[in-house]
Design a protein around this ligand. Structure first.
Ligand SMILES: CC(C)(COP(=O)(O)OP(=O)(O)OC[C@H]1O[C@@H](n2cnc3c(N)ncnc32)[C@H](O)[C@@H]1OP(=O)(O)O)[C@@H](O)C(=O)NCCC(=O)NCCS
Length: 184
């Protein structure tokens, strides 16, 4: 699965994958707590939130070529051109984890963002999320510090470690996923 995987923009026809993923409480956090009642709601989320435009480049990670099953997401959002910054996030369905796919997807999305002219990409993970920390670090995002009790899930608050990668930082020794860009 891993070697043939690609990044491509989300399609509303990917709604079934998102609907199933939102049933996982950990993954649901990646959608800002959005809960989808049906495929129409998931498709609407893709259309309004998993956008691909000058403000956000939300990539679906597929398990093969661009028409293969979607197994995750990597998003470059909050693109701010004045300062050349953006926020990055990622997730994979459990069956696709543990093969380096998230790291390769993140490197590909970062390469694309830097090629656009962005200078600084930021991300944050709960300090009790070592997998996300490993993905960020392997993809060349340096840890920059802890934001105390930044996130609240239920009654519990979580410290968040911020990472960032600059366009001028050395690139990681990771083979990026192939990107299938939208037709101009
Ligand atoms: C974070 C996530 C995308 C990682 O996916 P993954 O498939 O395990 O990522 P990779 O295979 O690229 O693994 C990258 C590294 O994480 C390490 N890792 C994975 N799970 C780990 C764990 N539980 N503890 C410590 N390290 C872990 C791997 O060993 C690997 O390190 P290495 O390259 O030095 O061997 C996945 O766990 C996920 O979707 N989690 C839920 C959503 C989430 O937390 N997203 C990030 C929000 S900030």
């Amino acid at each position: 699965m891993t070697s043939a995987a690609v990044l491509r923009p989300w399609r509303t026809s990917d709604a079934p994958v998102l609907l199933e993923a939102s049933g996982d409480p950990v993954l649901a956090r990646q959608f800002g707590g959005a809960r989808f009642d049906d495929e129409d709601a998931a498709a609407a989320f893709i259309a309004t939130t998993y956008r691909f435009d000058e403000h956000a480049r939300n990539w679906a990670v597929t398990a093969g070529d661009g028409d293969a099953q979607v197994v995750g997401s990597v998003g470059v959002t909050a693109i701010e051109c004045a300062h050349g910054t953006a926020w990055v996030s990622y997730w994979l369905v459990p069956a696709a984890r543990g093969r380096g796919l998230a790291t390769r997807a993140l490197v590909a999305a970062a390469d694309d963002a830097f090629a656009l002219g962005l200078h600084r990409l930021e991300l944050g993970h709960r300090t009790n999320n070592p997998a996300s920390c490993a993905v960020a670090t392997r993809a060349g995002f340096r840890a920059e510090g802890i934001e105390r009790e930044k996130l609240r899930y239920g009654d519990e608050r979580f410290d968040v470690e911020t990472h960032a990668r600059l366009a001028t930082d050395p690139g990681p020794d990771v083979r990026p996923l192939t990107i299938v860009r939208p037709a101009p």
